[in-house]
Structures are given as structure tokens and as C-alpha cells.
Write a protein that binds this ligand. Structure first.
Ligand code: E4P
Length: 218
């Protein structure tokens, strides 16, 4: 499973990238607004850090506007993937952009029917939002499993990005159901390698090593 970081923070992207396991980045208007920088410049900087797909979201609500925005956004870098909401207008824009060879990430996916239609329109990626479904007492990961089943039934090549991840268990479940990608906020990425027994084990090894050194130095 590929690991994307879900942020527009250059600092977090640089740190996560230094771990050597980062495959891409997803942003959205909320994440970019947090950085209080020019979004085009911010996206350009992100693309210079990460060697992989970087999702940039359109803000137009109609297909024609989405396509026009997408044409401007792809000029930023070859890394750019156009993030489009799962609406009828989004479907039309996806169909048009796919025919132009532009990669798309269909976001705000909350149902399997949306996932099937965006795949038919040629979406490169679909992003089911698990955390926001869990928030309203619906099972986010059940949606991911269902999309995976449907895509496998028809040999659909649209890749599933598990989005709206809130904790390490979301990341693990994404891998268990066979999602292609998990896009993970930095505070969750940091937790993925942490284990109290690893830390306690290192401490014990270091303490014993120091004891041995003391004996040898006598
Ligand atoms: C992913 O593409 C989205 O930007 C993101 O995962 C949304 O997460 P949230 O529900 O925590 O805002």
C-alpha cells in the first residue's frame, strides 16, 4: 500500500519525506488555507519536495470551470493530480480531463455508487472519506471494502485512496482491505512506527551496554 501525506505544510512534508517511505501528497482547500500562503506557490514547493503525485483541488462547482482550473493547475508541475468532488459536474469534468490525459482524484466520496461512476468516467483515483463517515456513526471502512469488491469484480483500474484517516487503526484497516493508497495526516504518520516495547527494549539494551563498558573500563 502506498503512503501519501494529507497536508499542505512544507515542514511536515519535508519531515515525512525524510523517513524514505512517502509516495505522494494530498491537499484540499482547507489544508492550503491553514498555510496562509499563495496556493500556487505552495503547491509548486510541495512538488519540488516529493517525487510523486500531488493532489490539488478545484474550487469551481461546474464542469467547465473545473476543467479550466485543472488546465492551470497542471502547469504547476507534472506531479499535479486534479482533485474533483464526487458530483455530476465532477463526473463531466473527469471525463473531459481523462480524454486530455490529465490525472484525477475524485474526492468527498461517501458511497459505492459514486465510486463506480467516477471510475466509469476515467478517474485515476477515488478518495473515500472514512473518518467523516465514522463521525456520523456510519462505518467508513465498510465503504472502502465495498468499493474494493466492486472494482475487483470488473477489473477497474481506478486506485482507492483511503482518506480522512484519523488514527493508526484506519491505516492498518486500509491495508487489510487492500486499498491502493492511504493518505495520512502527519500526526498519524508519526505514530505508525512508535511502540512502547521498542522504546523499552532500546533503553534496556543501552543500560546493559553501559554496564558492560563500565566493567571493561575498570
Ligand atoms: C483527503 O484527500 C482529504 O483531504 C482529507 O483526508 C480529509 O480529511 P478530514 O476529514 O480529516 O478533513
Amino acid at each position: 500500500m502506498k503512503l501519501f501525506i494529507d497536508t499542505a505544510s512544507l515542514e511536515d512534508i519535508k519531515t515525512a519525506n525524510s523517513f524514505g517511505v512517502l509516495d505522494g501528497v494530498t491537499t484540499n482547500p482547507t489544508l492550503l488555507s491553514r498555510e496562509q500562503a499563495d496556493p500556487v506557490a505552495q503547491l509548486k514547493n510541495i512538488c519540488q519536495i516529493v517525487n510523486g503525485p500531488v493532489s490539488a483541488e478545484v474550487t469551481s462547482l461546474e464542469a467547465r470551470g473545473m476543467v479550466a482550473e485543472a488546465k492551470r493547475l497542471v502547469k504547476i508541475s507534472p506531479n499535479i493530480v486534479i482533485k474533483i468532488p464526487c458530483t455530476v459536474e465532477g463526473l463531466k469534468a473527469t471525463k473531459g480531463l481523462t480524454s486530455l490525459g490529465v490525472r484525477t482524484n475524485l474526492t468527498l466520496c461517501f458511497s459505492s455508487s459514486q465510486a463506480l461512476l467516477v471510475a466509469k468516467a476515467g478517474a485515476t483515483y477515488v478518495s473515500p472519506f472514512v473518518g467523516r463517515l465514522d463521525d456520523i456513526s456510519a462505518e467508513g471502512m465498510a465503504l472502502v471494502s465495498d468499493i474494493k469488491l466492486i472494482y475487483d469484480n470488473y477489473g477497474i483500474s481506478t486506485q482507492i485512496i483511503v482518506a480522512s484517516i484519523r488514527h493508526p487503526i484506519h491505516f492498518l484497516e486500509a491495508a487489510r482491505v487492500g486499498a491502493d493508497i492511504a493518505t495520512v495526516p502527519f500526526y498519524v504518520i508519526e505514530k505508525l512506527m512508535r511502540h512502547p516495547l521498542t522504546e523499552a527494549g532500546i533503553k534496556k539494551f543501552m543500560d546493559d551496554w553501559k554496564k558492560l563498558k563500565k566493567i571493561l573500563d575498570k
